[in-house]
Design a protein around this ligand. Structure first.
Ligand code: OAD
Length: 251
């Protein structure tokens, strides 16, 4: 067993009936995807969210916003889930009831085999109609060279990425499920999130108030750290495989 792993919380995790894993951009950092708030490399250090990630920005300059998301989609093509992702999928097979609630839009949890995944902020690989929010087929997008393509669902509307922008509501079903999972969790793992963006940042707090044990995996401190029962100052790609190995050996 590596020194990262502490027997006390490992047995709490092994015996937990319900486990919630909240993930953020740090979960994908070791796959080569930029986080948002890293002081140098973070997307919000290089770009202004108000120019790219709000409905107002899209209304003012749809092609600028669409092109930025196309650039991010292109970068995702070569990206592979790292060992921490596969470890989390393995942990799901070892524990009776584990759900992942992710703020990430890259789809890497499902790509690495996790099954119970709730995407709170949408999925950048999908497109929706800017007026009706109905899904638009990939074939429609690739057969239109326009930036952005027109929407097939409403006259004068455009295709836009299926992600939640600042000022928009989160998908209601996903949010309700996430809330329910937080309240019923015995253990919550918070992995790679700065815990600065609501409502996702409240999920671990709600869980702790309802009696959950909170374990944080993050190389840096966050506002959650003080409330966490156990803190692993390690990367997702190091900590999650160590946890999966320790759980598998304990059985
Ligand atoms: P942030 O960029 O705010 O935070 C990333 C966190 O990951 C930081 O706390 C880092 O210390 C940590 N981190 C970095 N590398 C790591 C690694 N290898 N392993 C583990 N942790 C690591 O990203 P989020 O918290 O996901 O919203 O940001 C939340 C939301 O803000 C995003 O979903 C996005 C953004 O604006 C929307 O786009 C709606």
């Amino acid at each position: 067993m590596t020194e990262l792993i502490d027997d006390r919380w490992l047995s709490e995790l092994a015996q937990a009936g319900h486990v919630l894993v909240l993930t953020g951009a740090g979960m994908s950092a070791e796959s080569g995807i930029s986080t948002f708030r890293d002081k140098r490399q973070g997307l919000w250090a290089k770009y202004r969210p108000e120019d790219l990630a709000t409905p107002e920005a899209f209304a003012a300059n749809p092609s600028h916003v669409w092109d930025w998301y196309q650039w991010r989609r292109e970068k995702l093509r070569d990206v592979q889930p790292h060992a921490g992702y596969f470890a989390l999928a393995e942990v799901e097979t070892l524990l009776p009831d584990l759900h992942i609630v992710t703020q990430n839009v890259d789809g890497l949890h499902r790509a690495s085999g996790s099954r119970q995944v709730i995407e709170l902020h949408g999925n950048i690989r999908r497109s929706i109609c800017s007026a009706t929010k109905r899904l638009i087929d990939d074939d429609w997008i690739t057969s239109h060279a326009d930036s952005p393509p027109p929407s097939p669902h409403a006259k004068g509307a455009y295709a836009r990425p299926d992600v939640v922008w600042f000022g928009e509501s989160l998908p209601e079903d996903a949010l309700n499920q996430a809330w329910r999972l937080a309240r019923q969790a015995d253990v919550i793992l918070s992995v790679g999130t700065s815990a600065l963006v609501q409502p996702a940042a409240s999920l671990p707090i709600i869980g702790v108030q309802a009696g959950a044990v909170l374990i944080e995996i993050n190389p840096e401190p966050t506002p959650l750290s003080a409330q966490a029962h156990h803190v692993l100052r390690a990367s997702a790609g190091t900590a999650l495989p160590a946890i999966a190995r320790a759980l598998a050996q304990g059985r």
